[in-house]
Structures are given as structure tokens and as C-alpha cells.
Design a binder for this molecule. Structure first.
Ligand code: NCD
Length: 291
């Protein structure tokens, strides 16, 4: 998302919306990765992202091969580069998730194949951000001028890493909210930092919640729930029409209350559904003939 301009983001959003229209009309997917092979290489756990890339590639006519680290030869001492070159020898486009930041760039250098970033460490998760933009575009008449608060473990969140890049490019303002130790030292230009969720709720259009990433060493302090959970009481303070978003997986009872997770403001399952057309748009743009 850092590398994309406003018009490129709009093209990808429009292309995703086109795929939604054809999915809803029940028409056969228009385009065309027919005859090509998409390799999904997930070195970190995934539910939504992997399934939606798999489905997106299939809807475009590609054959999909999936690499699973737990059962692969990396356990036999093969280097990461050799594993990647091996899979790339059978594939036309690579989708990769890994704990190392900027690995997709190295994979591109190693293989010369089109590479899609499905999450690189704590850096970016661009297709999640695109699915979110599609979700917002479908929900609001216009994005320009909307206020977003992204709440939680910002420092470890690649989702936040992509959202802070793209939301300002579509005219939205962003405040990153969390305890000081979960906030970046400094924010990108135009992005605000806060540790006071309550002071923002009444004026925010989008409250975007994030999980505390224990696997990357984060820990919610004893007062985390009290200060940062989007509870039912807090959700009632939000303005009419304001929405709640979450990329999943949710830790219910920590960053979000059950009633809010399943409540009328939540767009979480729409974000999941829109992940498929968003990833179709990206696959087409990167690997397709008609993108
Ligand atoms: C996120 C991820 O893996 O970055 N999940 C996702 O892809 N929807 C967020 C997370 O793990 O908390």
C-alpha cells in the first residue's frame, strides 16, 4: 500500500467491486488465470487470508497449490530460498505470508515471478487493507472526510501498517489508539496517536479493532480491557451510522465484547467476504492477462 497511488488504489477497489457484482449476479467469473498455477506459501497460520486467496485464484480459473510449512522439507533443513525456488518452479504466481518483513521483495528477486504479499511480519498486509477499503466503499457513500480510529497492538500489526498507508490516500483521517507501549514512536504524517479511546468515540466513523499479538511478544496490561475494549457501553456512545471493523482473528473479551462483535455495527464478516473479490482483483492485476 505504501507504493500505490490514489488512482491505483481506486482501480483495485473498482475491480473488486466489479467482481462482487458478477458474483452477486451469479455469472461465471470473467477473467482469466486459466492455465496458470497459483502457489500459496503460508509460513504463518492463516484462516481467512489463505482460504480467500485459494478461492479467488480458483474463481479466476487458476490451479492452486498450497505449501504448508509444518509438513514441508524446511523441516529437513532446506533453506528458505531453496524451498521458494522449488515451489516457484511449478507456479506462475506466488502468494506468500512469512514472519520476515520484506520477504516478498526478496522472493521476487530470487524467482522473477509475480509475488503477492499475504502478510510480511509486522510490515504490511495489503490485501487485507484492500478488502477493508472495499467494505468501507460499499458501506459509506463517500470515504473522503471519514474518521478512523485503529485500536490495539498497533506496533505489531501489519494490518495497521497497510491501513495507515492507504486510508489517508482515500481522504480518511486516522488516529492510532492504544497504550503507549503498543503505539509507534512516531506516526506517519497526518496520522495522530492517542491513548484515550473514550475521547474519540463520539466523533469516529470507523473503529477498527486489533488483536494483542502475544506470539510477537505483546502483553495486554491489567487495565487493557478497561481502557481499550470496545464494550457495549462504548459502542453505544458511537455516532449513528458509525461502524466497527476487525480483521480477525478476534480475541473476544479482550479487544472486543461479544455483543459488539455480533452486533449491528460490526462489518467483520463483510470484511471476510470482500476478501475474495479483493484478492481476485490483485491476482488479476499482478498475474492475469486482463488486469
Ligand atoms: C491478521 C494477520 O494475520 O495479520 N489476520 C488476517 O490476516 N486477517 C491479523 C492478526 O493476526 O491479528
Amino acid at each position: 500500500m505504501r507504493d500505490l497511488g490514489r488512482s491505483e488504489i481506486k482501480e483495485l477497489t473498482d475491480s473488486s467491486l466489479g467482481h462482487i457484482a458478477s458474483i452477486e449476479a451469479g455469472s461465471a467469473p470473467g477473467s482469466d488465470l486459466t492455465g496458470s498455477v497459483a502457489a500459496l506459501m503460508f509460513f504463518e497460520p492463516s484462516t481467512r487470508t489463505q482460504l480467500s486467496f485459494d478461492l479467488a485464484a480458483q474463481r479466476l480459473g487458476a490451479q492452486v497449490i498450497s505449501f504448508n510449512e509444518a509438513t514441508s522439507s524446511t523441516a529437513k533443513g532446506e533453506t528458505l530460498r531453496d524451498t521458494v525456488l522449488t515451489v516457484a518452479a511449478m507456479a506462475d504466481v506466488l502468494v506468500i505470508r512469512h514472519s520476515e518483513e520484506y520477504l516478498p521483495h526478496r522472493v521476487l528477486e530470487w524467482t522473477g515471478r509475480p509475488v503477492i504479499n499475504a502478510g510480511d511480519g509486522t510490515n504490511e498486509h495489503p490485501t487485507q487493507a484492500l478488502a477493508d477499503l472495499v467494505t468501507l466503499t460499499r458501506h459509506f457513500d463517500r470515504l473522503d472526510g471519514l474518521k478512523a480510529a485503529i485500536v490495539g497492538d498497533i506496533r505489531h500489526s501489519r494490518v495497521a501498517g497497510s491501513l495507515v498507508q492507504c486510508l489517508p490516500k482515500v481522504g480518511m483521517s486516522v488516529t492510532l489508539v492504544g497504550p503507549a507501549e503498543m503505539l509507534p514512536g512516531e506516526a506517519a504524517p497526518g496520522v495522530a496517536l492517542s491513548s484515550d479511546l473514550d475521547s474519540l468515540l463520539e466523533e469516529t466513523d470507523v473503529v477498527y479493532l486489533l488483536r494483542v499479538q502475544a506470539e510477537r511478544g505483546a502483553r495486554a496490561g491489567d487495565d487493557y480491557v478497561e481502557r481499550f475494549q470496545l464494550s457495549d457501553r462504548r459502542a453505544q456512545v458511537m455516532k449513528p451510522g458509525a461502524v466497527v471493523m476487525h480483521p480477525g482473528p478476534m480475541n473476544r473479551g479482550v479487544e472486543i465484547d461479544d455483543d459488539v462483535a455480533d452486533g449491528p455495527r460490526s462489518l467483520a464478516l463483510k470484511q471476510v467476504a470482500n476478501g475474495v473479490p479483493a484478492r481476485m482483483a490483485v491476482l488479476e492485476a499482478i498475474a492475469g492477462t486482463s488486469g
